[in-house]
Design a protein around this ligand. Structure first.
Ligand SMILES: Cc1cc2nc3c(=O)[nH]c(=O)nc-3n(C[C@H](O)[C@H](O)[C@H](O)COP(=O)(O)OP(=O)(O)OC[C@H]3O[C@@H](n4cnc5c(N)ncnc54)[C@H](O)[C@@H]3O)c2cc1C
Length: 328
């Protein structure tokens, strides 16, 4: 390990990470971004938006922008002010002593990196859980989504029947939200009661546009190259009966997994693994000098713009903390 100590290391290169980098670089903190190594989808430099086609709700782009273009632009902006970038995935971090020690690897190029940092901004995101079907992968962005707020208003879903899978708060929220656009929403759930909070479940059950499909799992996403998703194949777990639901979209709403495994036991995390912020509003974590931003610390909003806003807060908090510690 070299003796050099970075002022601030930013872990993750989604909207939160790049925004933190823009602010940190403009504050002369010479930030280093560990961007992920692309070994798999959850470790991809640029984050989740690299896997979506059109982003229509990020402010500043009247006609929308492709997810990849948005992320490339954010990176360029961060680099313009001197941000350095390493393609690396953090496997281990020692927050028990100062300066912090980080071990990262670039598995695709068999490269290891060890470094020290006075401050760390964690912006590693949260991965949407999918059903795990091959056909689901095939139709991702062609009718399969994991985010109703992000994709529900796209033309392909308007005035069409849609399916939402899940039974918790997210599923009920997504189904209710999609009724703004869909002709009908089928809420497919493997049990015969919703796990969602009572009030939300009641709202969904009373919504005439939502039809509950109880005790049922999805076995296959149906579709073709021209139209994308055209339906789903279902199986009733009680009777064993199989069936089909015609729909133009399938929204997986079966939770998210925050990418915080490497922080377990080192930072205060909630029961699902989201990083707990000190007062729920600022970006400080349970360890002074470690800040968090974006979906890894936000189980509620999970949008690119909220992640970017949190990245801004984390960089400003880190800058002030470093100054208070006398680190310039
Ligand atoms: C299909 C889909 C469509 C979406 N569409 C929209 C939309 O239209 N509008 C919108 O506002 N939001 C949309 N979202 C949500 C949006 O993508 C997220 O809210 C946003 O990307 C969160 O940003 P983030 O920076 O917190 O995390 P992410 O974008 O998830 O980035 C996390 C980064 O951390 C890296 N990383 C993870 N673990 C490590 C580690 N241990 N070491 C180093 N790096 C690591 C990853 O490689 C990645 O670079 C969509 C999400 C999905 C899944």
């Amino acid at each position: 390990m070299s003796d050099k100590v970075e002022k601030v290391v930013i872990i993750g290169s989604g909207p939160a990470g790049w925004t933190a980098a823009v602010y940190a670089a403009r504050a002369n903190l010479n930030p280093l971004v560990l961007a992920g190594d692309g070994f798999n989808r959850d470790r991809f430099p640029g984050g989740q938006l690299m896997f979506t086609s059109e982003v229509e709700n990020y402010p500043g782009f009247v006609h929308g922008i492709s997810g990849q273009k948005l992320m490339a632009t954010l990176q360029e902006q961060a680099e313009r002010f001197g941000t350095r970038v390493e393609t690396a995935f953090v496997a281990e971090i020692n927050l028990g002593r100062k300066p912090f020690e980080i071990r990262a690897s670039d598995e695709l190029n068999s490269r290891e990196l060890t470094l020290k940092a006075h401050a760390v901004i964690v912006s590693t995101g949260a991965s949407a859980n999918y059903l795990g079907l091959e056909s689901e992968k095939k139709y991702e962005n062609f009718g399969v989504s994991a985010c109703a707020v992000c994709d529900g208003a796209l033309p392909r879903f308007r005035d069409q029947p849609l399916v939402v899978v899940g039974g918790g708060d997210t599923a009920v929220e997504e189904a209710t939200y999609l009724t703004k656009f869909a002709t009908k929403v089928y809420l497919v759930h493997r049990r015969d009661t919703l796990r969602a909070s009572k009030i939300m479940a009641q709202r969904a059950l009373e919504n005439s546009k939502i039809e509950m499909v109880w005790n049922t799992v999805i076995e296959e996403i149906l579709g073709n190259e021209q139209d994308g998703v055209t339906g789903v194949k279902t199986k009733n777990l009680k009777t064993g009966a199989t069936g089909e639901i015609a729909c133009r979209g399938m929204f997986a709403a079966i939770g998210h997994t925050p990418n915080t495994a490497f922080l377990r036991g080192k930072l205060d995390l909630d029961e699902k693994g989201y990083i707990r912020l000190q007062d729920g509003f600022r970006s400080m974590t349970s360890v002074p000098g470690v800040f968090a931003a974006g979906d890894c610390a936000d189980s509620v909003y999970r949008q690119a713009i909220t992640a970017a806003g949190m990245g801004c807060k984390a960089a400003i908090d880190a800058e002030r903390w470093l100054a208070a510690e006398g680190i310039h």
